[in-house]
Design a protein around this ligand. Sequence first.
Ligand code: AMP
Length: 464
Amino acid sequence: MGGEFKDECGVFGLSLKDRSDYMVRHMFLGLFSLQHRGQESCGISYETDDGIEVVKSRGLVSGDFLENLPKNVSSKIAVGHVRYATCGASNLINAQPLIFKSNKGDVAIAHNGNLPNSERLKRDLLLKGAIFQTTSDSEILIHLMSMLPGSDFETSLIDSLKTLEGAYAMLVMSNDKLIAFRDPQGFRPLSYGFINEGVVFSSETAALTIIGAHDITTVKPGELIVCSNGAIIKKIDLSGGQKPAQCVFELIYFARPDSVVFDEAVYQFRLRVGRKLAQNRHKDTDLVIPVPDSGNVSALGFSRESGIPFDLSLMRNHYTGRTFIKPGQQLREDSVKMKLNPVATEIRGKTLSIIDDSLVRGTTSKKIVKMLREAGAKEVHVYLASPEIIGSCYYGINTPTTDELISAQNKPVEIAKIIGADSVTFLSVADLKECLTDSNAFCYACFNREYPTTIDELSCKGCF
Ligand code: AMP
């Protein structure tokens, strides 16, 4: 039940002035640009004369989903989702958007985030007679809405949100409205912009720029935006003055470097982090090499700061997915080899500074160091563009249990031994904060275990 699934996801949605067959094109391009946020399933829901329709498929946006997309449909409102379920089976029933026929009309939701207290809410709802169709946290919102008196979709949604705690960047649609909002602490990102035909929302701005959106803005933590007929008709502040706790790991790893999330340009942030790492470098090596793609920009910053030549002799095969985004340890281990290969001619006899974004279990780095040594590297110094991950995430990033986190169990010198490197250097939390424009607005729980919400262990069983 609740908490069984902890999702990394992306959401995308639009409200258009008129029904248009542009809907399908925009939704496809938007979700395609968010593919890195989830590769197990994807879907869209859209309004029609007969209520809300949905198309969901397993796998990539360019796979079955593209085949299954409606060909000649014109629609005014749509929401879409890409999903990676990190716990439990990834069955299609949990794929989003979730759609419901309720006493508030047809409703579809697309959710990015995780509700750490979902189990308690679910138990209460079950006692009141709710019948859950999925094991996804996101369904809770619909039950909360349907149990409120009255038939108004918007009012019941706003009232239900008062009960939720945790991370939710969500798009919810009825037959005539699109409502977009972020939880009061703003854990997960959400932005919007305008196209000729209306308003578009996305987890990341890269998906907005690709469809030519302009005047792109961040949905603020706790902000709720109501759209109808391609225009914003209302903005409400539901933050209640809570301190923002935006996920710093979005900037470190998850978001695309060509996105702006939380008003921070990801590329520039990563360049700054690379420079900080270089200022604390262990020694001047012959080359700086990123672990592609997540280490690319920080390695460039490292090289610019240190003057050490930037090199690309760790090659990535782009036909495999993200290493981590493959459930199960064996698959994870194999996929490192499938994904990365060193260029021996460039690294033989050389000392190397290798830059990756983060160390989670240590699987990737161990394999990489071994490959580099086999290819003749003389010394391998590993730099991580994030602090040591010592706590699981309860807000939508896939991190394993504490006992699986290499940094929760070992100091950097021990980690160097475990992964076979000459040295391992992490970014300090203080340096990370210096790289952020507003460091007070972020959650650092994975680095300091200071969780900004209460955590209900019941809801999180099996995941953490
Ligand atoms: P590990 O091999 O377990 O140490 O994982 C570290 C690698 O996984 C790094 O190269 C990261 O780029 C990547 N990574 C870190 N966090 C995540 C995440 N939440 N989801 C997917 N990949 C991740």
